[in-house]
Design a protein around this ligand. Structure first.
Ligand code: ADP
Ligand code: MG
Length: 392
């Protein structure tokens, strides 16, 4: 018994640094966000002359809003320090701190670890903040992450109070700059007096990542978190394909992490597409028994042929030619007459429309207009088992 537990605890892993797969880990480089970092630097140039600036970072989930805010603010703090300027960077998650008082307590704990979490009014806490900044001869760079949560619950009072003292054209001793981060258009939720302190032009919009961008992000993360040569390039491709539906880097990294865990569970040294499919299935699967039961016999056989090929070849994609051959053989197993090519093609389309497979045109190096089929949602092994059960 003890041997089993010890074996598992000390068994080797494809992952060399689990921390690099954390959601709040920010890598040294952010691929495909250099332009956006440059824009932020342009917006915040006046801060080096003690003039406050405000900005908004907006975009869908997983587009790197939090990562870019952290990376930019850390860099700005370091660059300012070299010029003898002190910037206190405070990052507040407004989903966790959605009232003015809770946000202020979060800000003040940055200056004093033991700041009490009750006993002061918001106005008192604002005064304490100003004293803290004065004493340190510092300015503040405040990121209100998920700012819509604060605005929804408490309105724009706090933002108004924080920015009120700092006119962006005037040099002050302890200016407070604010970056609001949100999926939503938070500017439209500010009241008019607060809005006037926020420049509309200082909005950075982040778009969903395209497939190839996700591929680069995942490749970088493989290098940071995994041992050499433990993740096949096919797996990286498949992760990028799956996550590109949402353009979400977080989802891509989650798939990578879970695929690594799946490989570890089998004690193998290589993450292959089958592990990625298992990771996706665990995250959420659109393959349900009922949906399968709605398919006809030949569609089921065609889908089974795809699962068989992917499992046998261990690849991310199967080409239609190979699948059609397997289909003919599988039909024989179930005493069915294989249908002609055009019918087979229709089956594939129906299976695709039902959401079981995705198809894309093959790239260069392949003859003709062959299509590549992939199974994004469920491990081929699992699907094969279910289909064989249904066809019996
Ligand atoms: P958001 O705040 O927009 O929801 P995050 O900044 O939290 O997204 O990013 C989600 C995950 O993806 C994080 O783990 C982050 O490190 C990673 N990530 C996002 N963009 C990049 C990028 N350009 N390069 C590397 N990792 C990225
Ligand atoms: Mg975020």
């Amino acid at each position: 018994m003890r041997d089993i537990i010890e074996d598992e605890l000390f068994s080797s892993s494809v992952i060399k640094d689990l921390h690099a797969l954390d959601f709040d880990y920010v890598p040294e480089e952010l691929p495909h966000r250099a332009e956006q970092l440059r824009k932020l630097a342009q917006m915040f140039k006046p801060v080096l002359n003690n003039i406050a600036q405000n900005a908004v970072i907006r975009g869908p989930v997983g587009t790197g809003k939090t990562a870019i805010a952290k990376k930019f603010c850390d860099s700005l703090v370091n660059i300012a320090r070299k010029q003898g300027k002190i910037i206190e960077y405070v990052h507040i998650n407004c989903r966790k701190r959605s009232t003015d008082a809770m946000a202020m307590i979060g800000i003040l704990t940055h200056f004093d670890q033991r700041f009490p979490d009750r006993g002061f009014s918001v106005q008192e806490m604002l005064q304490i903040l100003h004293k803290q900044l004065k004493r340190r001869e510092a300015q503040m760079l405040l990121v209100l992450d998920e700012a819509d949560a604060l605005l929804k619950k408490s309105g724009s009072n706090l933002i108004y109070n924080l920015t009120r003292f700092t006119d962006e054209t005037i040099k002050t001793d302890n200016p407070i700059s604010i970056i609001m981060v949100s999926q939503k258009d938070v500017l439209s939720e500010l009241d008019s007096s607060t809005l006037s302190t926020f420049k509309r032009s200082n909005t950075l919009v982040l778009d969903k990542y395209a497939r190839d961008e996700l591929c680069d992000i995942v490749t970088q993360r493989v290098g940071l978190a995994f041992h050499n040569d433990t993740v096949s390039s096919d797996s990286v491709d498949l992760i990028a394909d799956i996550a590109s539906e949402f353009g979400d880097a977080r989802f891509a990294i989650e798939l990578l992490w879970k695929a690594g865990m799946a490989a570890d569970q089998q004690h193998v040294q290589l993450v292959v597409p089958e592990h990625v499919r298992a990771a996706k299935a665990e995250t959420y699967s659109i393959v349900t028994e009922t949906k399968l039961q709605n398919l006809g016999k030949h569609q089921l056989i065609a889908l089974l042929s795809i699962a068989k090929r992917l499992k046998k070849d261990g690849t991310a994609y199967a080409n239609t030619g190979d699948v059609e051959k397997t289909y003919a053989i599988t039909c024989e197993e179930y005493s069915e007459e294989p249908r002609a090519h055009t019918m087979f093609w229709n089956y594939l389309k129906e299976i695709e429309n039902a959401g079981f497979i995705t198809m894309k045109l093959s790239g260069k190096g392949q003859l003709g207009t062959t299509q590549l089929i992939s199974l994004p949602d469920v491990p081929a092994e699992v699907l094969k088992g279910k289909l064989e059960g249904l066809l019996r």
